[in-house]
Design a protein around this ligand. Structure first.
Ligand code: VGL
Ligand code: ZN
Length: 204
């Protein structure tokens, strides 16, 4: 079985959102176009409590983009984003969300971030995504979404480690590029790990 895995296609990551990814909105029509070609569509949602410790607002010297040690893990501080139940956490209205079969929520533990759709960054909490895919006999995972250099990358690398054939739909992803070159490096790391880059137009 072949699944489309949408990573964090949420208002806060689109232009106008609190953690806007440049041109993030441009992936939505591309996703709408390919959704119908998959046996299953599963989406992750970044789903933070308002006091999530990845938010710069929760720290004294709250500088967005700085890296701190958060309970033993490196953590980049972000603007408040994807707060549970907020409009920013919702799928953009342009996304054909009715086609989504299942939604996985991640990042709800205030003390640890969760870039990957499979596990929290400390690897202790499993989101249930792997079990869901296994239950549906999924072997091939096509990934699209935001952001290429954070949640898309972590999700893709975990999917490889878990034994899936993993494809990155390159024109259906956009990245943050906090440091210029981050997106390119992320794509190279994914390819070196066995992720196959495809263009949405090639998907049959
Ligand atoms: C993401 C930063 C913080 C992402 C989520 O979806 O890539 N990035 N939270
Ligand atoms: Zn987040």
């Amino acid at each position: 079985m072949r699944a489309l895995l949408l990573v964090d296609v949420q208002n806060d990551f689109l232009p106008g959102g609190s953690l806007a990814v440049a041109d993030g909105d441009q992936i939505v029509p591309v996703i709408n176009e390919v959704m119908g070609k998959f046996d299953l569509v599963v989406a992750t949602k970044d789903w933070h409590p308002a006091e999530h410790e990845s938010f710069a607002s929760q720290h004294e010297d709250h500088e967005i983009g700085h890296e701190i040690d958060l309970h033993g893990l490196p953590q980049i501080l972000w603007p408040d984003h994807c707060v549970q139940q907020s409009e920013g956490s919702e799928f953009p209205p342009e996304l054909d969300a009715a086609t989504i079969d299942h939604v996985i929520y991640k990042g709800d533990n205030p003390q640890v971030d969760s870039y990957s759709g499979f596990f929290d960054n400390d690897r202790r909490h499993d989101t249930g995504l792997n079990a869901w895919l296994q239950g549906k006999k999924v072997t091939d995972v096509y990934i699209a979404g935001l952001a290429t250099d954070y949640c898309v990358k972590s999700t893709a690398l975990d999917a490889i480690a878990l034994g899936y054939r993993v494809y990155l739909i390159a024109d259906a992803c956009r990245g943050v590029d906090l440091q210029p070159g981050d997106v390119t490096a992320a794509i190279e790391q994914m390819e070196a790990s066995g992720v196959v880059l495809v263009n949405s137009k090639e998907i049959e």
